[in-house]
Design a protein around this ligand. Structure first.
Ligand code: HEM
Length: 201
């Protein structure tokens, strides 16, 4: 049945996949940190309270199980966004001119948030985190199946480099989340819209 109700700011597929993604991300981050602790790349370990799985085997179990949820959820989001026009309408186009203007306005604290329309900085952040997610998945696949996916491992320049890429992509997504949360704290009404759908301004 077709209704004349106005289109919400965030339609239900975006809202559901966004919150499922948050749950999956928390599990992936925490279990990933436990796996890292078993063989650290750098001179530090993550505090045990911030990890999931209890030990290496348990953490790998979590990481590989939630990986499927994350991948399925991401696929739903990507396909829906592509075919519904969400990417074309809401996340594109992203021009250098608009980016320069919006960065200038943000630096002078004049950038306004408008419900239902992303500014160029938001577009860059959201498209950027999607690219980082792809890098994280590809480097993760290379580490998970290095024998079967030798070509992919070579593309990263070897197993060890793929591990570093995986770590830095995780760190960049972590940084995105921190900035993203700060933005939500600055404009808290966006949170309600991401839960209920919200109305265009
Ligand atoms: C507690 C954690 C989080 C909260 C409270 C939150 C909240 C929000 C809110 C309120 C928006 C809408 C912004 C607006 O209308 O201006 C949004 C959009 C978005 N968030 Fe989050 N978020 C969280 C975690 C994450 C994580 C972990 C990711 C991915 C790594 C993520 C990726 C995105 C993306 C890509 C969008 C744009 C969605 C679209 O329109 O397609 N968020 N988030």
């Amino acid at each position: 049945m077709k209704t004349n109700a106005p289109r919400p700011v965030h339609r239900w597929p975006v809202r559901i996949t966004h919150w499922v993604n948050l749950f999956a991300m928390i599990c992936m981050f925490m279990s990933g940190w436990e796996i890292y602790n078993a063989s650290p790349l750098f001179g530090f370990r993550f505090p045990p309270q911030m990890t999931l799985g209890g030990w290496l085997g348990g953490a790998i179990g979590w990481h590989l199980a939630v990986m499927w949820l994350l991948a399925f959820n991401a696929l739903c989001y990507l396909l829906w966004s592509l075919f519904s026009g969400h990417f074309r309408r809401d996340l594109l186009p992203l021009g250098l001119g608009a980016l320069r203007r919006d960065i200038g306005q943000a630096l002078t604290l004049r950038l306004k948030h408008q419900h239902g329309r992303y500014n160029a900085i938001q577009k860059l952040m959201y498209l950027g985190v999607l690219v980082l997610g792809l890098l994280l998945v590809l480097s993760g696949l290379a580490i998970w199946k290095p024998v079967q996916l030798q070509g992919l491992v070579d593309l990263f320049g070897g197993f060890d480099t793929a591990r570093y890429v995986h770590f830095f992509a995780m760190s960049a997504i972590g940084l995105f989340v921190v900035i993203h949360l700060l933005m939500v704290i600055i404009v808290p009404r966006t949170l309600w819209a991401m839960i209920t759908g919200g109305k265009h301004e």
